[in-house]
Design a protein around this ligand. Sequence first.
Ligand SMILES: N[C@@H](CCC(=O)N[C@@H](CS)C(=O)NCC(=O)O)C(=O)O
Length: 258
Amino acid sequence: MSTITEILTDEQWQQVLSSAPASTLIVASFHAPWAAPCAQMATVLSTLASEYPVTDPLSTQWVSINAEDLSDISETYDVTAVPYLVLLRNGEVVETVSGSSAVKVRTAIEKHANKAGGATQSAAATNGTAQAAEVAQADATVVDPAKQKEELFKRLGDLVKAAPVMLFMKGTPSSPQCGFSRQMVGILRDNSVKYGFFNILADDDVRQGLKEYAEWPTFPQLWVDGELVGGLDIVKEELSSNEDFFKPYSVTAEPTAA
Ligand SMILES: N[C@@H](CCC(=O)N[C@@H](CS)C(=O)NCC(=O)O)C(=O)O
């Protein structure tokens, strides 16, 4: 059974790419320590990995990459949100999956992995192992719409608290994909605000789900301490009535006594 290797350096990644046989499917999972769905994804992937044999030429190779620490690798594969899965064969990307849907991840891997790997997988499933049961359960939570929504809202609840100030935007701060998001990034920069961001264009579940979760229909959305402040207009209003609105979140703020 295969296990997942954590990639710690660019060189280690290059080594994986250059040493893998041409037939090997490389399953690369990009994650960030602050993103709760990545922990769930790690469980799903380690379970899937354990179902695939190591033997060449039927091999799959499983690696995990911290998207922030190894930003050059993330840029190479256009990783703008996590979890993000990249499947490669012979140095070429064969498929990517954005988000934490266990079903999408499993389907993509099964599609590209060798058939013999699939046979082993069915054997594992009929063995009724705890691991097979775990994946089945992860899948079940995603296909039942009510459960799916519950899972998504739980994920969103964690995501809006991923940093004290969280911006849900179109694009990234260095490359906003909408004028409203660009203006919001400018305001945060002008106020020296330290913030986390999420590119909603990279994850349609988050894009649509957050509108309902927040009861706010548009982006950008700014969340502070897990509470929605609002969109661009509201943030401008807040600042015009209180220019120190962002002071507690400014990188130049004086430390406050506990
Ligand atoms: N007046 C709004 C402007 C934001 C807005 O209208 N956003 C639109 C276009 S970028 C949007 O997010 N639409 C929903 C979507 O694209 O999913 C604000 O204050 O934030």
